[in-house]
Write a protein that binds this ligand. Structure first.
Ligand SMILES: [Fe+2]
Ligand SMILES: [Fe+2]
Length: 160
């Protein structure tokens, strides 16, 4: 990433908030928190578009940061675990709008980031496609690198 100052300008209200800090206690893949995962997706998405003159970089950074802002522990056996992949984009989009200034375009980027899992929620902008791609790249890396380092339910309980 070349323009860290611009990235910071777009992301500071989210990264400095106590509600987003809660993502440090929820985990994504392996032992990676949602906070670190979302930051990695935002940094990768931004670095993919920072030279572009046509992509909305602010939208890319903010929607990428908030793409998994669902705020619940999903690795607990039950219905929530089973439907998480399909359900969390809409939950994250709703929560993002509840706590932060989120444009309609950013809202849709969050809601469609899991495509093709969410079959009928197809990315509708370049920004949305970039976030969806960056999420898959980061998730793949995390799954491969941290395979076998998954936290136990006791580890999760100790975070609370
Ligand atoms: Fe997600
Ligand atoms: Fe993600």
């Amino acid at each position: 990433m070349k323009n860290r100052a611009l990235f910071n300008e777009y992301s500071k209200d989210i990264l400095n908030s106590s509600i987003f800090a809660q993502c440090k206690t929820i985990y994504s893949h392996g032992s990676i928190s949602i906070y670190d995962h979302s930051l990695a997706v935002a940094e990768l998405s931004f670095s993919m578009v920072e030279q572009s003159r046509t992509v909305d970089k602010k939208c890319v950074v903010r929607a990428a940061l908030l793409h998994d802002f669902f705020l619940y522990e999903w690795h607990i056996p039950g219905i929530r675990y089973l439907v998480h992949g399909w359900a969390h984009p809409a939950i994250a989009a709703k929560k993002a709008r509840e706590f932060f200034a989120v444009s309609d375009k950013e809202y849709l980027c969050i809601k469609t980031h899991m495509w093709p899992w969410t079959l009928f929620h197809l990315p509708r902008s370049r920004e949305a496609w970039i976030i969806s791609l960056a999420d898959k790249i980061v998730a793949f890396k995390e799954t491969v690198l941290y395979r076998g380092k998954r936290r136990t339910l006791q580890d999760i309980a100790s975070l609370r």
